[in-house]
Design a protein around this ligand. Structure first.
Ligand code: ADP
Length: 662
């Protein structure tokens, strides 16, 4: 409409202070909400992993307990193996095939004899070469325990601490040196003495940290660090596996494909690799320097555990454990396996679950959501967790995303609404301020025009001009009507300020709208006709009553009439009408003038508002006439509305509640 400067600046301000930050917020929110699924998956994985760690450590503790039991129950001296072993076997179902070897690995028992059991014959067939120390078998070790020192060194070289950076080790990766050092020394045989959990935390072996650790505490700390670094750094994992492979220590192949994590996480090297690596060793090397232990050995696909110990006379005795008995003992260790949200179980060396709920027949056990290898004594065994409902994560994430979106949208809507509201208020204030300035100019002009003509006529009359009494009469008439105009203007301004202050008072009484319209028309007719207007008046026959302040109503109608006069062009026709319906009385003032452009129609009732307020506007005004007229009518309990008049021009309609004739 008018000057666009401030309003386009406001628009810029709105964009910069409200829209842009809101859009930024929305984008950030969208991004973090999209990550919700991964986040929830990670949360669930962490929770399940904690349970798996628990299962694994219980299993390892149980294996250690089992070894101790066997050590206690086993005979110290097997002078008469047949008799002694028969007694030993009664100690429990785990002891399947006892054996006895001389100090130099000669088989003393079982002997291929008449009456030898099937187990004994099978033992001899499968293990003769191994127990007589003629062949090597793969021995499984935890990679973190074997390469603990290297992991710690690698980690240190990757994040140089101030000391190492300043120290003498900064040029050459210390890990390589320590690897070389390690390889140069003869490797210690793996422990069979204690069953080490794959969380090496529980039993740190001396081999891990002999290079540096001086006492058990430091050793423990170092192992912990190695585990942490190994689990968290893909880079370290890759390097350590590479080292292991180069030394001929292949990782075991795993039975499961963990399902959790993103695609790239699942594919990350080391994530699917076993933490157990194997090394070929002879029996004598395995047991070197130890008093007793357990050995894991695959015969075909099946895993067997061997218990051995040194007898008092230097002979070696032991037994093969019964796999079903071992399984059932370990199965008893599982915590609550089945909850509404997850299944927890342990898979054996062939990937079969120890515990299998009836309703889970069709499940793919090799794809757990999360899993952990159990022990080097149970190679290829995995503690595994499954989600009962595969859609759990998605539905949970979906729900959270929904809630977050609602929050974000509410936030955005309130920002935008608040911003728009503030902006509009701002704009209105600016417009009002501008209108007020024009108002002052307009009022001065409006006051001056009638004053000038009154003065002009008065001077002429004073000088005795014109002589024609008819003309003089006409001049006097014009002076009166100009005075009327002045009065109305001053009244409008005074009324407005009274209304603003809330001080305008009314004296309502019963008014006949028809009579009022008639009187106003009669009063205005001479002047209007003098200006070349045709005035049509229509009033009902009987009286139509309203309750109103007569002066107020009259002023409203006069304002409308004056507008009709001011905004008429070539066609000078004004119609004023009073009619009544059952409930309402209407006073209509219509003209065939310039009309109100549609975009201004809503605003013409605003204070100081003028459809054309340019300097070149043909009609000057204050922008108060309609504001006051509407307020006056509304104060009488009615309303004033505008409509474009069919056929051109404007139509203003005053509506008031009708009062029945008493
Ligand atoms: P003013 O006439 O002093 O400007 P009003 O409040 O009476 O103030 O009217 C506001 C605006 O409405 C006018 O400036 C004019 O643009 C428009 N308007 C009012 N009455 C008419 C009419 N009868 N025909 C055309 N436009 C009108």
């Amino acid at each position: 409409m008018k000057n666009t400067g401030p309003s386009s600046r406001l628009r810029l301000l709105f964009l910069a202070a409200v829209v842009l930050p809101a859009a930024l917020l929305a984008v950030l929110a969208a991004r973090s909400i999209n990550r919700e699924e991964a986040y929830i998956e990670k949360q669930i994985e962490t929770a399940l992993d904690a349970e798996l760690v628990h299962v694994v450590s219980r299993m390892n503790a149980e294996l250690e307990r089992l070894r101790e039991e066997l050590e206690r129950s086993s005979p110290d001296d097997a002078g008469d193996p047949a008799a002694v072993f028969a007694v030993w076997k009664e100690a429990g179902p785990l002891i399947r095939t006892p054996f006895l070897l001389s100090a130099d690995f000669e088989i003393l028992w079982p002997r291929p004899r008449v009456g030898a059991s099937e187990d004994e014959l099978a033992f001899l067939k499968a293990n003769r070469e191994f127990v007589t120390d003629k062949t090597e078998i793969p021995v499984y070790q935890n990679i973190v325990e074997v390469y603990g020192q290297e992991i710690v060194d690698l980690a240190a070289s990757q994040k140089p601490s101030p000391e190492t950076a300043a120290g003498e080790e900064k040029d050459e990766p210390s890990s390589l040196r320590s690897l070389e050092r390690k390889e140069a020394e003869p490797r210690e045989a793996p422990s069979g003495e204690t069953s080490s959990p794959n969380k090496a935390a529980e039993t740190a072996r001396p081999s891990v940290s002999r290079a540096k650790a001086s006492d058990a505490g430091a050793e423990y700390a170092q192992t912990q660090m190695a585990i942490k670094e190994f689990e968290s750094s893909e880079n370290i994992r890759r390097q350590v596996y590479q080292q292991a492979r180069e030394r001929g220590r292949e990782p075991l192949s795993r039975n499961v494909v963990p399902d959790a994590g993103t695609e790239s996480e699942r594919k990350a090297p080391g994530r699917r690799e076993s933490i157990f690596i194997s090394e070929a060793m002879t029996f004598s090397r395995i047991i070197a320097g130890r008093e007793s232990g357990l050995i894991a050995r695959f015969l075909g696909e099946e895993l067997f555990l061997f218990f051995w110990k040194r007898a008092a006379d230097g002979a070696i005795l032991g037994c093969v454990l019964d796999p079903p008995a071992l399984r059932s003992r370990l199965t008893g260790l599982l915590p609550e396996t089945y909850t509404p949200s997850r299944i927890l179980t342990v898979l054996d060396e062939r990937g079969r679950p120890l515990y299998r709920p009836e309703e889970e027949k069709g499940r793919d056990w090799r794809r757990p959501f999360a899993s952990r290898e159990v022990s080097e004594l149970l190679p290829r065994w995995e503690a595994a967790a499954y989600l009962t409902d595969p859609d759990l994560i998605r539905s949970r994430a979906g729900f959270r995303a929904l809630v977050l979106w609602i929050l974000v949208l509410t936030f955005l809507v309130s920002i935008l609404a608040g911003g728009t509201w503030t902006l509009n208020t701002f704009r209105r204030e600016i417009e009002l301020a501008r209108n007020k300035t024009t108002f002052v100019t307009n009022v001065s002009h409006e006051l001056k025009t009638p004053l000038t003509s009154i003065r002009m006529f008065a001077e002429m009359l004073k000088e005795g001009r014109p002589a024609d009494p008819g003309k003089r009469e006409q001049y006097l008439g014009l002076m009166v009507s100009e005075t009327d105009r002045l009065t109305r203007l001053v009244n409008n301004v005074l009324d407005f300020s009274r209304m603003e202050k809330g001080k305008k008072t009314y004296a309502p009484k019963l008014v006949d709208a028809g009579r009022l319209v008639g009187e106003i028309a009669a009063g205005q007719r001479p002047r209007l006709e003098h200006q070349g207007f045709r005035l049509d008046v229509r009033v009902p026959d009987g009286s139509v009553l309203v309750r109103a302040d007569e002066e107020a109503l009259k002023q409203a109608v006069l304002n409308l009439l004056s507008n009709a006069e001011n905004y008429s062009d070539a066609t000078r026709e004004i119609e004023i009408e009073a009619t009544a319906a059952a409930e309402e009385v209407f006073i209509r003032v219509s003209d065939r003038g310039i009309g109100v452009p549609r975009q201004h129609a809503k605003k013409i009732f605003q204070e100081f508002y003028r459809a054309d307020d340019s300097l070149t506007a043909r009609t000057k005004g204050t922008g108060l006439g309609l504001t006051i007229a509407r307020r006056l009518v509304r104060d009488q309990g009615g309303d004033l509305v505008y409509a474009a008049r069919p056929g051109g021009g404007s139509l203003f309609e005053i509506r008031l509640p009708r009062v029945e004739t008493p």
